[in-house]
Design a protein. Sequence first.
Lengths: 170, 283
Amino acid sequence: MRRVITLGLLIIINFILQSTVFGFHNISSITPNLMLILTMSFGLMRGRKEGLLVGFFCGFLADCMFSTVLGPYMFVYMIIGYTNGFFHKNYIIEDVLLPLIVIIVDELVFNTIIYIIFFFLNNHLNFGDYLTDIILPETLSTTLLTIIVYKFYVFVNKRLKRKAEGKDII
Amino acid sequence: MKFDKRKDINPKYLLLTLTIICILFFIMSFVARDQVAAIKNFTNKLMAPLQQGINEIGLWTDSKIENLNTIEELNQENAELKEQIEAYQTDIAMYQNQLAELETLQELYALDELYPDYNKTAANVFAKDSSSWFSVFYIDKGTEDGMFVGANVMCGDGLAGIIVECYDEYSKVRAVIDDSSKISAKILPSNALCTVEGNLNQYQEGCLAVTNIDKDAKVNIGDKVVTSNISDRYHSGLTIGYVSDISYDSNNLTKTAYITLTVDFTNIETVLIITDEKFSIYN
């Protein structure tokens, strides 16, 4: 239960930060994808099921606020959370390289899918321009932020785990 | 340990179930628009106040940091007069705030005189799209304040965008630089009709493309581009920008101009919304 509440709070906080503080009053700025970091972290630390659920709810919020139809973001975040869960067996607490590689791949995949859904099918075919102007800068900013934020999530996860284990013993 | 009730569910089946839910939502968005709008409205009603709160904290810290900077400078310049400065600090902060307010109001008033025909109301921007792909922002006025889908939004002395979704207490505005934005416009003084197309790539280079200008139309650098009277969504005569470059298209029938926008999208706080509905045969 504690875990569900913590995760719910984290999702909401990330969503709000992403839509307000980052890119503060700058309508066309590059925003690091905080919700993707959250999905990736918990997919990696806790496995497929939790990655899936976190991704689903992150996507739901994103869809409600930013998309004209419900569904696309939800699906993309969900799939990313699920696939990241496969790397759970390679997860070591001290490891920093694995999350970085995973988030870079995630960002590229995520943004390419968004490009295909909303731009390619809308007859904006110059992928190269979008790659250099949006996808790569966003990947860079998200990756840099991951280094800090991921450590925090590892800490949160450790605390939650300890609490839960303590309860089991009692 | 976690999700105890669902411990036995295989992730594969969970994925399948949630995928089906996603697809159902997707289909519902087209079939049952009203119900989906209700879901969105409910979720966003919970989120919007939080976003507005965070935004206010951001603005507050921003103003505090600015104040600190000015104070530091003053201290350096007037090391001997420190005590006196401290006494005046509160006054300075107050005057600064009043001055900023005065400037904003003056700006709004000047704009008001430029477009006297339309009724307008002001609103604050409180959030933007979370991804880097879309140029969409949110204002804190909705249907309860008389907003409607298709209302033109202005900022500074030019057109900023249009309301695309309207809820009880807030609205979603699509900026003119968004990729899906296309505006029917005309170039003054020659009155040549054209289309202003939003484009993220071009905006990052500092301009927007204006297409479909007749090859023979007289267009010069520095000409004003305004919304045209044949547009069925935008009121006519709203400034969009000024021509900065012209080139001929390869089809030899039309030419393309590049415009510099009058609205600075890097810093939008207050916007004006035209509350008159554009008369068109579609309404």
